[in-house]
Ligand binder design. Structure first.
Ligand code: UDP
Length: 160
């Protein structure tokens, strides 16, 4: 089957609620079953400062302090994923931001299956090519990435 679109990398993160509940392996299996290649993987705990910087675009919003506290409350799993249209595809597989809405609108999504509410929603996904690049660099600063080829059938190119 010819996949149409562009091979992309995106940044995914399994948040402290899902790691703490023991769901990280199941979520990574769901990611791979859906055709993504996990290119990089690291388990780490964010400091408050890292969480503030990562979510800087939300600074000042009513949910910001709670989000930073939650995101630095336990280990996360940081992932670089590759797939054709990876950015959009991973946002779709993750599901709507609020896990309760996800259970109504996308019951097979990761947030529907493993999230709790509008904050504790199991996973993160980059929302654009520029945020994917920024977020991959944030977590994997030493990763040297070759340019993604234009070819749509470049699956062999992805190195594990
Ligand atoms: N969030 C929250 N309350 C809100 C909106 C968002 O706690 O009302 C949290 C939630 O964990 C979400 C993160 O802040 O995943 C970033 O919000 P964004 O709107 O960027 O949603 P996402 O891109 O993660 O779906």
């Amino acid at each position: 089957m010819e996949a149409s679109g562009r091979l992309e990398r995106t940044y995914a993160m399994i948040k402290p609620d899902a790691v703490g509940a023991g769901n990280a392996e199941r979520i990574m299996q769901q990611i791979e079953v859906n055709g993504f290649t996990i290119v990089q993987q690291a388990k780490l705990q964010l400091t408050r400062e890292m969480a503030e910087e990562f979510y800087a675009e939300h600074a000042g919003k009513p949910f910001f302090e709670g989000l930073v506290t939650f995101m630095s409350s336990g280990p996360v799993v940081a992932l670089v994923l590759a797939k054709v249209n990876a950015i959009r595809e991973w946002r779709t597989l993750a599901g709507p931001t609020n896990s309760n809405r996800a259970r109504e609108e996308a019951p097979e999504s990761v947030r529907a299956l493993y999230g709790t509410d509008g904050q504790r929603n199991a996973v993160h996904g980059s929302d654009s090519p520029s945020s994917a690049q920024r977020e991959i660099r944030f977590f994997f600063p030493n990763l040297v990435l070759d340019p993604v080829p234009d070819s749509a059938s470049a699956t062999e190119y992805i190195q594990k």
